[in-house]
Design a protein around this ligand. Structure first.
Ligand SMILES: [Zn+2]
Length: 289
């Protein structure tokens, strides 16, 4: 009996219940982009690229705050802990020596926590925390979010706290996660808030439990935060895989699977380290919705 008064009353009742419960169409998703500075690269050969292959050598460092009606997820924690540098109002060049003696320079402008505050949140408001993977340039401020539920694959967590710790990591930046409540990401997908708008997708290979984040935004459209599935766009166009993958074959398979997913969903791929793409994104307190 389409259109009957009873059907109409039922629909109104359902809509009212949905609003009252904060569910259904009322769910809000906002994506804030946080800037973790510029990672300077003088030689891109570790990405199997030559200088002439890439227009821009520098890499962006990004982390992201995803605000949903049911919680707040921080995706990645940028490269340099806020506690290790002092903002001056001008860009600050920070020199890092990794435990395996590799050295990196990162130019920083604003602490991550200051950007989260600008978005309207404190570290303690973060209910969910996930890393694309364990490399140092993603775990910088992880210790600050140890009270959040940590969404991680078992194989990744085991490696992070294994002996020896994997290369290109700084366990001091994520040591506190040892005591975090873990939500284990099993299989190929994990729906963070249960409504399909924020989904962690396994994309293994760069590390054992590397993952990417799919965010369904009503106005912007669907976005995939690519972690380090790629660093430079030229890895994608020239089909290059970095030299330091945990498993290069897995990376190739993950890239292929994600390409199919992008075609199916028409989602945009946001390469987190892509300097030019990151520069052009609006930053917190502005957001994508
Ligand atoms: Zn990275």
């Amino acid at each position: 009996m389409p259109g009957s008064p009873i059907t109409h009353a039922f629909v109104v009742l359902l809509a009212t219940l949905s609003v009252a419960c904060g569910g259904g169409d009322t769910d809000i998703v906002k994506l804030f982009v946080l800037d973790g500075g510029t990672l300077h690269v003088s030689d891109p050969s570790r990405f199997q690229l030559k200088r002439e292959d890439v227009a821009e050598l520098d890499l962006a460092v990004a982390c992201y705050l995803v605000v949903h009606t049911k919680g707040v997820l921080l995706w990645d924690a940028c490269a340099v802990p806020d506690s290790e540098w002092t903002p001056t109002g001008s860009p600050v060049k920070h020199h890092l020596v990794l435990p395996d003696s590799q050295e990196r320079d990162v130019t920083l402008t604003q602490p991550v926590t200051a950007q989260i505050a600008a978005a309207g949140y404190a570290a303690g408001d973060i209910t969910h925390f996930a890393l694309s993977h364990y490399h140092y340039d993603h775990t910088g401020n992880a210790n600050l979010f140890a009270n959040a539920a940590w969404l991680v694959q078992k194989i990744e967590r085991d490696a992070m706290f294994g002996t020896p710790t994997p290369g290109v990591t700084r366990i001091s930046t994520y040591e506190s996660l040892r005591n975090s409540r873990v939500i284990s990401v099993e299989g190929d997908e994990h729906d963070v808030f249960g409504d399909g708008t924020v989904v962690i997708k396994a994309a293994r290979g760069h590390t054992p439990g590397h993952q990417v984040l799919y965010v369904k935004l009503p106005k912007t459209g669907d976005v995939v935060l690519a972690g380090d599935l790629y660093h430079y766009t030229q890895e994608r166009t020239l089909d290059r895989v970095p030299t330091f993958e945990f498993d290069a074959q897995q990376t190739r398979a993950a890239r292929k699977a994600l390409d199919e997913f992008l075609r199916k969903t028409n989602a945009q791929l946001w390469i987190q380290h892509d300097f030019t793409a990151h520069k052009n994104l609006k930053k917190a307190p502005e957001y994508y919705e």
